[in-house]
Design a protein around this ligand. Structure first.
Ligand code: HEC
Ligand code: HEC
Length: 271
């Protein structure tokens, strides 16, 4: 599967869409994906020159081997500066409607520059970025967004099961799926081809002993209903992230994860 992701990631636009995913992936008119942009974006994604002290790249926090997460509770940027949130997986983010846990970035082209310019992450200035890459910030953004759109994962046992291969899931997993869709209610939010409704929910993840550590979506909308709400993440490839270890829960994945439906899921990946 990893091979498949990497292949998809490197070949981008030309790869067939993995089973189970939407054929159509939106991209803005002025940044339609091309092979050149995906290849450039991939190079930039792994380029430590994008960080002030040349110690980090996007891939430090979004490691392909960990489904593009970093295995940490919260991310650590240049000079050990700690952020306050967990690095989300970048799998199938091209299908996303908004970006970041609070959905503050409406488009990937806007999203990808934020970590480069954030003083807690890569900490460059636009001028330094141009000097280091010899590209304009817009060119960097278009290439990185095109690369992120090329990161796709599907064709899991779950997809093959949905598409009629009954044997693709063993009995235990079929029971897990029934729970997922039924009693456990997971598919209320983890729904659709990417197992996310792309909406925001208060799962209690940012609450500690009655105190709200991160107001989440509230910061974007100002609506009290959104206090402590975060975007539903995809569950694809979640077995490769640290979140499964903490949730110890049955998950739809290409990996042979074992369901433990009796355990109470703890999704907390925030500080
Ligand atoms: C220091 C660690 C770190 C680095 C470096 C980093 N990211 Fe992230 N990334 C994060 C964290 C943490 C979030 C979530 C932040 C939030 O929600 O406020 C995130 C969010 C994202 C998202 C949004 C995903 C979603 O589900 O909405 C994308 C896309 C992304 N990063 C791409 C990149 C790219 C491209 C780079 C390189 C230019 C990069 N990141 C560098 C930690 C990092
Ligand atoms: C009300 C909507 C909702 C329901 C129902 C729901 N989730 Fe989630 N899930 C979320 C949101 C929002 C997050 C992100 C915030 C968090 O970690 O709590 C999340 C996070 C997760 C994560 C962490 C993934 C990651 O990459 O960080 C896992 C695993 C998960 N959910 C599995 C499940 C399972 C299994 C069920 C059913 C028992 C379930 N969820 C039910 C909304 C929901």
């Amino acid at each position: 599967m990893l091979l498949l992701i990497l292949m998809a990631a490197s070949l981008g636009a030309e790869q067939p869409v993995p089973l189970g995913l939407d054929i159509y992936m939106p991209a803005p008119d002025n940044n339609q994906p091309t092979r050149e942009k995906v290849v450039l974006g991939r190079r930039l994604f792994f380029d430590r020159g994008l960080s002030l002290d040349r110690s980090l790249s996007c891939a430090t926090c979004h490691d392909p081997k960990r489904a593009f997460t970093d295995g940490r509770t919260v991310s650590v940027g240049v000079y050990g500066r700690r952020g306050s949130r967990n690095a989300p997986s970048l799998i199938n983010r091209g299908y996303g409607e908004t970006h970041f846990w609070d959905g503050r970035a409406p488009a990937l082209e806007k999203q990808v520059l934020e970590p480069i310019l954030s003083s807690l992450e890569l900490a460059l200035t636009p001028a330094k970025l141009e000097e280091r890459t010899r590209l304009s910030p817009a060119e960097v953004a278009n290439a990185l967004a095109s690369y992120v759109r090329s990161i796709r994962s599907g064709n899991s046992a779950y997809d093959r099961y949905l598409y009629g291969d009954h044997g693709a899931l063993n009995k235990q997993r079929r029971r897990g799926l029934a729970l997922f869709r039924g009693k456990a209610g997971c598919s209320l939010c983890h729904t659709g081809p990417n197992l996310s409704d792309e909406r925001f929910h208060n799962t209690g993840v940012a609450w500690r002993e009655g105190a709200l550590l991160d107001s989440g979506r509230f910061r974007v909308t100002g609506s009290t209903l959104d206090r402590g709400s975060f975007k539903t993440p995809t569950l694809r490839e979640v077995a490769r992230t640290a979140s499964l270890v903490s949730s110890r829960w049955w998950i739809i994945t290409t990996r042979e994860a074992v369901p433990t439906p009796d355990s109470i899921p703890r999704f907390g990946r925030f500080a």
